[in-house]
Design a binder for this molecule. Structure first.
Ligand code: PRP
Length: 212
């Protein structure tokens, strides 16, 4: 039996996903050991293997076929634009991509002013401002703690993920516009989908029954 490989976004998403798989009888106890630094785990009984990857790298592993199935956020899929099949919404990791900033920046989003937008998501940001709002902006790529940018004057607004809203609140920022809703998706390599259609189909079906 050929091993089916999963690439999972390391962290909360991988944990939640393994919780869903457990409901279909697939358990990898070693993965829930908080002290482990391992990145690859195997379930020999079911012929499965799991990679824990940096979330933004999950689509890369799946597109290149070193993982057959991936689990990552819709934000990553939109930003990476990889060639793969998006087959299932897991209904977990729900959050929103938003334009945020101080209240005083709201009016700048309704003018033709060239404003600066800081974000970890330049592709999503460009698409939103250029194709949907038709506003020319300067996009500044950051790698984290994006909320800092409007506070210290690096940008007027940010485009970032809002989940509970507490990061914004604690930093005196507001959601000014919603770009889109986000959640975790299951993705599949295009060749794997053909070559292993039965086993991958079964996995997707049992996940679908659990999440719907
Ligand atoms: C994410 C996101 C926000 C925060 C939103 O950051 O970029 O900063 O979570 O969550 P909240 O609405 O529940 O407060 P993450 O924790 O991934 O770290 P980062 O800022 O380094 O990207």
């Amino acid at each position: 039996m050929r091993t089916i490989t999963f690439a999972l976004a390391k962290g909360r998403l991988a944990k939640k996903f393994m919780g869903l798989l457990a409901q279909s009888g697939i358990n990898v106890p070693e993965m829930s050991d908080p002290s482990t630094r391992k990145l690859i785990f195997e379930d020999k009984e079911h012929g499965l293997r799991f990679f824990l990857a940096k979330p933004s790298d999950v689509p890369t592993y799946v597109e290149y076929g070193v993982a057959d199935i991936g689990v990552c956020g819709k934000d990553t899929l939109m930003e990476e634009g990889r060639k793969l099949y998006e087959v299932l919404d897991l209904g977990i990791g729900k959050c929103r991509m938003c334009v945020c900033g101080p209240e005083s920046a709201a009016s700048l989003l309704h003018s033709r002013q060239l404003i600066r937008v800081a974000t970890k998501y330049p592709v999503i940001t460009r698409d939103y401002f250029y194709n949907r709002k038709h506003q020319t902006v300067e996009i500044i790529k950051l790698n984290g703690s994006v909320e800092l940018a409007p506070i210290v004057g690096l940008s007027e607004v940010i485009v970032d993920i809002v989940e509970t809203g507490s990061t914004l609140k604690e930093n005196g920022l507001l959601v000014l516009e919603e770009v889109c809703q986000l959640s975790a998706k299951v993705i599949v390599n295009q060749v794997s989908m053909k070559m292993e259609s039965e086993r991958i189909g079964d996995i997707i079906q049992s996940l679908r029954r659990i999440v719907h």
